[in-house]
Ligand binder design. Structure first.
Ligand code: TXA
Ligand code: MG
Length: 360
């Protein structure tokens, strides 16, 4: 299949170009588009054939439900059978923005979109291209992240082109996304809001808005048969680079020394090593590995600044993809505080490394 790539500027959207994407969606075909979190792979949420195309293009297990993207709050009433008070507060406070709310669904939403669940996740993105695409097409857009299933989520147009070119008819390239991690998912079908996936909207923020919040315990630990996450997607291997990825946790200096030691050993075994570090630590790795025996066999890549966790969120997936591009066999990474936005950062990193964490 030939893929049309449409470049759009979020601050000056060319509605004629956008119309190509809108028509594609109305025809039940797929369009990848930017949102403020990550790129989405969109299709008509109310059309089962379109939903099936999304699963096929991603290679995604069919029990893993899709999030429905809306442009107006009123659209929620078309697909949710109950909108509890806590949801209204959350929508008022955080929409448009990086928050997905799980409601009881109406019959109009096909099982093919929700993976057979009787609930539906809904989000109003703040990215102007995403919202205009929903508005101008008149379509409620089901969209998972636009990566091949299991791979790091796409945060740049080039990531989407790499994963989806030839598989879908239209990709909108709107440049780099802002946040870089997927939306927070909160379930409002129980007594209090429950976080099913951490994201930019933190548990503290939800607690402030609703007075109470709980967290699905399965997202904090490695899921097993006794601890099954409520968001079906959270149980799968996810966000994974091609290289073996190991995280190091502990006191800062111990972490650096352990990563340096492991780097040397891997390099001497003939492997190419990527060290994913913060701005603050990059020079120390370079310094400790400057011996010529190790040169050209390792890369030190910045994930952002330890002082600025938004920078880490923003760069996380792009850095993992870069490691693969550079041909790394092994990725060695540092860990971060899991407070605030750190909970989402650590959730993605821990899943990306398949829970291989080395305590030092
Ligand atoms: O930021 C985002 O949320 C991005 C952009 C494109 O909007 N989308 C995204 O979609 O991350 P996806 O499909 O990659 O992740 C959706 C997650 C999955 O873990 C899925 O299992 C969960 O949301 N989910 C969707 N609907 C659900 C529901 N009704 N109940 C529980 N979990 C749900
Ligand atoms: Mg995803």
């Amino acid at each position: 299949m030939e893929t049309i790539i449409i470049e759009l500027d979020e601050n000056n959207i060319d509605s004629e170009k956008l119309e190509i994407a809108c028509k594609t969606l109305r025809d039940g075909e797929l369009v990848a588009f930017p949102t403020e979190t990550v790129y989405g792979l969109g299709g008509d949420a109310l059309n089962e054939t379109a939903a099936a195309r999304i699963y096929a293009a991603k290679g995604r297990p069919s029990d893993n439900p899709l999030i429905v993207h809306v442009a107006e709050t009123e659209d929620v009433n078309r697909i949710a059978s109950e909108v509890p008070e806590m949801a209204k507060k959350l929508m008022d406070e955080y929409w448009p923005g990086p928050l997905t709310i799980v409601f009881k669904k109406k019959d109009i939403v096909p099982d093919g979109t929700t993976g057979g669940l009787d609930t539906v996740g809904v989000r109003m993105p703040s990215n102007k291209i995403a919202r205009e695409l929903i508005r101008q097409s008149g379509i409620l857009i089901a969209a998972p992240s636009a990566n091949v299933s299991g791979r790091p989520s796409p945060t740049k147009g080039e990531h989407v082109i790499f994963d989806m070119e030839g598989k879908i008819p239209v990709i909108i390239d709107g440049g780099d996304v802002g946040i870089g991690l997927e939306s927070t998912i909160v379930d409002v079908t129980g007594d209090i809001p429950t976080i099913l996936r951490p994201g930019y909207i933190t548990k503290e923020m939800i607690k402030n808005t609703c007075g109470d919040v709980s967290i699905d315990p399965a997202i904090l630990e490695k899921p097993d048969k006794n601890l099954i996450p409520k968001a079906p997607g959270m149980k799968y291997k996810h966000y994974a680079p091609k290289a073996d990825f190991i995280l190091y946790s502990g006191n800062g200096e111990n972490v650096i020394n352990a990563i340096v030691k492991e780097s040397k050993e891997s390099i001497l075994q003939g492997k190419t090593v990527a060290i994913v570090a913060t701005d603050e630590d990059m020079d120390e790795y370079q310094e400790k590995l400057k011996n010529e025996r190790y040169s050209n066999r390792f890369f030190v890549l910045s994930i952002g600044s330890r002082e600025n966790e938004e920078s880490i969120a923003h760069n996380l997936f792009a850095v993992l993809r870069k490691c693969d591009e550079l041909g790394a066999d092994v990725i060695l990474g540092e860990t971060y505080s899991d407070e605030g936005l750190g909970m989402a950062i650590m959730n993605r990193l821990v899943k990306a490394c398949g829970y291989s964490i080395c305590e030092v």
